[in-house]
Design a binder for this molecule. Structure first.
Ligand SMILES: NC(=O)c1ccc[n+]([C@@H]2O[C@H](COP(=O)([O-])OP(=O)(O)OC[C@H]3O[C@@H](n4cnc5c(N)ncnc54)[C@H](O)[C@@H]3O)[C@@H](O)[C@H]2O)c1
Length: 167
């Protein structure tokens, strides 16, 4: 898959990081699906995205005209079934190994075979997080700094089986 073929991005975890990562990609024109385990977290995430937009406008980094585009590019759901249509899935859920491992096992079952898998873990092993994923060549660490909508830096971390194409 070429980078230009990535159009839809799934983001799991609608907290601090997931919301910021969603804002960046939505602003750049990607269709973003943000998921979490409860509706209330999704409502909080939508408010965070509003806050990020306002702060970027205040700082003169983003124009008011961009807001509508950002908002229309983001959808929220407690159901991750929509990840099946995404070319890239970024996981920004709680920093707990067993929860991340189970999340990825479930996601691999529903995702298309070419979809890239990225975890925003701060410090857990990429190999261990992907231990229940069958095709580990498409799995990578994609570590955004906080706040992601402001800091233009992403650290990519390979697992032992991550392919060059994925990187
Ligand atoms: N906060 C930071 O400074 C920072 C920086 C870089 C990386 N990270 C990493 O990013 C990830 C998220 O951190 P955060 O600060 O955004 O946490 P957060 O607590 O703000 O958000 C995590 C969200 O994940 C949700 N969640 C839990 N299990 C889930 C599941 N199975 N499916 C979907 N959603 C689920 C929670 O309900 C919560 O809303 C962690 O791995 C963390 O280590 C955090």
């Amino acid at each position: 898959m070429k980078i230009s073929e990535i159009k839809r991005i799934g983001i799991a975890g609608a907290g601090t990081m997931g919301s910021g990562i969603a804002q960046i990609f939505a602003r750049k024109g990607y269709k973003v699906l943000v998921t979490d385990i409860k509706e209330e977290f999704l409502h909080k995430s939508a408010k965070l995205v509003d806050l990020f937009n306002s702060s970027l406008i205040e700082e003169g980094i983003m124009s008011e005209d961009e807001v509508e585009g950002v908002l229309s590019n983001i959808s929220f759901s407690t159901d991750k079934a929509g990840f099946k249509d995404c070319e890239l899935i970024i996981e920004a859920i709680v920093e707990k190994m067993d929860i991340k491992q189970d999340f990825w096992r479930e996601v691999e079952e529903l995702a298309s075979k070419n979809t890239l898998f990225a975890t925003n873990t701060s410090g857990l092993s990429i190999n261990k997080i992907s231990s229940k994923v069958i095709d580990k060549s498409r799995f990578i660490g994609m570590h955004f700094w906080n706040p992601p909508h402001i800091i233009p830096l992403v650290e990519l971390i390979r697992g032992d089986e991550t392919s060059n194409e994925t990187v």
